[in-house]
Design a protein around this ligand. Structure first.
Ligand code: SF4
Ligand code: SF4
Ligand code: FES
Length: 264
């Protein structure tokens, strides 16, 4: 029988509140999702009060300040702090984005922070990306040479030149930082993540399909020409709206579908 109620242990409780002692004019409250797999407890929302004047401008600055000065148990991923590594992706104020690119001042009221939606949570704001990376590996995100290529292996190892025009075809694709903000905002991926590759991986597929140096364009297209892997995209466009790098994975997916029709 179908169960329509959420299990009791998925209910989010009110958690701890960390107040600042002195009175400040630039108070900001962060409400942060917490869950520890080592404690047999429901997830909770902890509240942290911060003085904005004593904190950097971005949401990631606030999280780092909390971890360094208020609550060292708060767990999240980050590395570059400049929108390049893709590791600080989370849901901030209802939108998937990179915490290091999201200014605190853009958020009216309290800052609500959750992990990326519809992914298993490892701890607090850290999602389990194992499946997403397996899907990435499945599209072979590297240059391939054709097995039937008659050139000597030495020739095949030579650096392959690419004209500026052909290189331009990779624009809008190589900039992807694999943050999975798009994939985790895609309703089709929420319900079909076992089979559907999702917008981030399909944008990567398009990056390699369109690389003039790659010798396996057709086999790449054949591989993704699948009702579940590719055609579960119904052009809802949530992916493009949520990309913090301003990329357009929905268009990349549409272009892949077109290439399958014209090239196979
Ligand atoms: S356009 Fe496709 S990939 Fe993007 S959100 Fe919609 S269904 Fe998902
Ligand atoms: S397309 Fe944008 S949102 Fe999707 S993984 Fe790449 S950078 Fe992140
Ligand atoms: S810390 Fe690298 S993208 Fe945010």
């Amino acid at each position: 029988m179908v169960q329509f109620k959420l299990p009791k242990n998925s209910k989010i409780n009110q958690g701890l509140t960390f107040k600042i002692k002195e009175k400040v004019n630039s108070l900001k409250i962060l409400k942060v999702y917490r869950w520890d797999p080592e404690k047999n407890e429901n997830p909770r929302i902890d509240e942290y009060e911060l003085d904005k004047k004593k904190c950097g401008p971005m949401v990631l600055d606030a999280l780092i300040k909390i971890k360094n000065e208020i609550d060292s148990t708060l767990t999240f991923r980050r590395s570059c702090r400049e929108g390049v590594c893709g590791s600080c992706a989370m849901n901030i104020d209802g939108i998937n984005t990179l915490a290091c690119l999201k200014p605190i001042d853009e958020i009216k009221g309290d800052v609500k922070i959750y992990p990326l939606p519809h992914m298993k949570v490892i701890k607090d704001l850290v999602p389990d990306l194992t499946k997403a990376y397996e899907q990435l590996a499945s599209i072979k995100p590297w240059l391939q040479t054709n097995k039937n290529n008659q050139n000597s292996s030495l020739d095949r190892l030579k650096i392959k030149k690419q004209s500026p025009e052909k290189r331009e075809k990779l624009d809008g694709k190589w900039e992807c930082v694999l943050c999975f903000c798009c994939t985790t905002s895609c309703p089709s991926y929420w319900w079909n993540s076992d089979e559907y590759l999702g917008p981030a991986v399909l944008l990567q597929a398009s990056r390699w399909v369109n690389d003039s140096r790659d010798e396996e364009r057709k086999s790449r297209l054949r591989e993704i020409n699948d009702s579940l892997k590719l055609y579960k995209c119904h052009s809802i466009m949530n992916c493009t709206r949520s990309c913090p790098k301003g990329l357009n994975p929905a268009k990349a997916i549409a272009d892949l579908k077109k290439a399958i029709v014209t090239d196979l």
